[in-house]
Design a binder for this molecule. Structure first.
Ligand SMILES: NC(=O)c1ccc[n+]([C@@H]2O[C@H](COP(=O)([O-])OP(=O)(O)OC[C@H]3O[C@@H](n4cnc5c(N)ncnc54)[C@H](O)[C@@H]3O)[C@@H](O)[C@H]2O)c1
Length: 371
């Protein structure tokens, strides 16, 4: 594939998402075009550094950049204020100033945390996203939502802070475990379901062998289209303030209301975020048939596509605990929890209250379908 560049034009900043196989080998060329200064901090984790970071670091150093390497612990449990604090210390000790730039190399965890530190260090410095998981390429790295978790809940502390650029090399996916790959595919299916039925068809046609061949197969352009669909939504509604029931950033939460509850009740770390969202999309499809008129054959199609992603079963989760977790989320959001449903594939709508017995029936059906 040739390189694809997508523009994000958010209210606070404009930047490009650049997708190009082998980009990692030409990183200094891309950095030169950005207002990144000469002092860079690479934030990554040890496993990612060992796979991909060392080469990137030496390319940047070789090109004359003053590079500080900050290795943080790997995984969601470390997306915390404590990790952010240790990163601030590293930056202060290394003399990072307002012209310095952070480079996030990793999945959504590293990207969210690095973005949050960039948003808050010296009241905001620049950062560049180099996502290495599929989920981070198609979703987390685009749109400027940054943050960390709190012991009482995920992503409760954060900031909107757009990157200077998002640089995507699909080649990183060669080393990504299949389960992580499927979790990213779930977010791509979501984009098709809420925004573009033609894209969904294209994606489904290559779901089984998405990665092959990585250089000139469909993966690069499918990643690019997912980024473009997300870029269009966040450009129009950067801070999720659009209250329309059929437009705006809230639509990106399709599958997430139930998905978050599944993730929490299973115990964080048992299911990947993308797996929980995949299951949540099936639950939302059942509700959509009941409330928004989604045709039954579309529901069956959504069930079948999620089954292809082989999410873990959730039959053992307590349905009452799932409903209670959703109710708690609603309370935390001061009663403004909204369900994103589908009138048709590609035609989302935000619904008001879902009656408890309708929700229970959907959870029950979901657990029977994915026991
Ligand atoms: N900011 C947003 O808009 C947004 C959107 C969606 C999700 N998120 C956040 O993203 C996070 C999930 O991100 P994730 O799914 O990328 O998980 P992750 O960042 O935890 O990465 C998953 C695992 O994959 C490994 N890994 C990364 N790249 C690899 C590669 N190329 N080869 C081999 N292994 C690799 C990592 O070491 C890690 O163990 C969550 O914290 C979620 O809240 C943010």
């Amino acid at each position: 594939m040739t390189a694809i560049t997508i523009e994000v034009n958010a209210a606070s900043a404009s930047y490009v998402v650049h997708i190009e196989p082998g980009l990692a080998h030409r990183l200094p060329e891309h950095l030169e075009k950005l207002p990144a200064g000469s002092k860079l901090g690479i934030v990554t984790t040890q496993p990612i550094f060992d796979l991909h970071g060392a080469a990137l670091q030496s390319a940047m150093t070789g090109a004359g950049y003053d590079v500080t390497l900050a290795v943080i612990p790997d995984g969601e449990p470390f997306k915390t204020l404590e990790t952010a604090a240790s990163l601030y210390t590293t930056l202060i000790e290394a003399g990072f100033d307002r012209q310095s730039t952070l480079v996030s190399l990793g999945g959504g965890v590293v990207g969210d945390l690095t973005g949050f530190v960039a948003a808050t260090y010296l009241r905001g410095i620049g950062f560049i996203q180099i996502p290495t998981t599929l989920l981070a390429m198609v979703d987390a790295s685009v749109g400027g939502k940054t943050g960390v978790n709190h012991p009482l809940g995920k992503n409760l502390i954060g900031a909107f802070h757009q990157p200077l650029a998002v640089l995507i090399d699909p080649g990183f996916l060669r080393t990504l475990p299949a389960r992580q790959m499927r979790a990213g595919l779930a977010e791509m299916l979501k984009m098709g379901l809420i925004a573009d039925p033609d894209y969904l068809d294209l994606l489904l046609a290559s779901l089984a062998d998405f990665k092959e061949p990585l250089d000139d197969g469909p993966a690069g352009s499918l990643i690019a289209t997912a980024c473009r669909l997300k870029a269009d939504i966040v450009s129009a509604d950067e801070r999720e303030t659009n209250r329309s029931t059929t437009a705006g950033r809230r639509l990106l939460n399709f599958g997430h209301t139930l998905g978050h509850a599944i993730e929490a009740v299973a115990g964080y770390g048992k299911l990947l975020h993308g797996e929980a969202v995949a299951l949540g999309m099936v639950g939302a499809a059942y509700l959509s048939a009941e409330i928004a008129g989604l045709p039954f054959d579309s529901v069956a199609r959504i069930e079948a596509m999620v089954a292809q992603l082989k999410p873990p079963g959730i039959g053992s989760l307590d349905p009452e605990q799932l409903a209670a977790t959703i109710a708690r989320d609603k309370k935390r959001l001061q009663g403004t929890l909204h369900w994103v449903l589908l009138k048709q594939i590609g035609a989302p709508v935000i619904s008001g209250a879902v009656q408890p017995d309708t929700l229970s029936a959907a959870i029950d059906r979901l657990q029977r379908r994915f026991p």
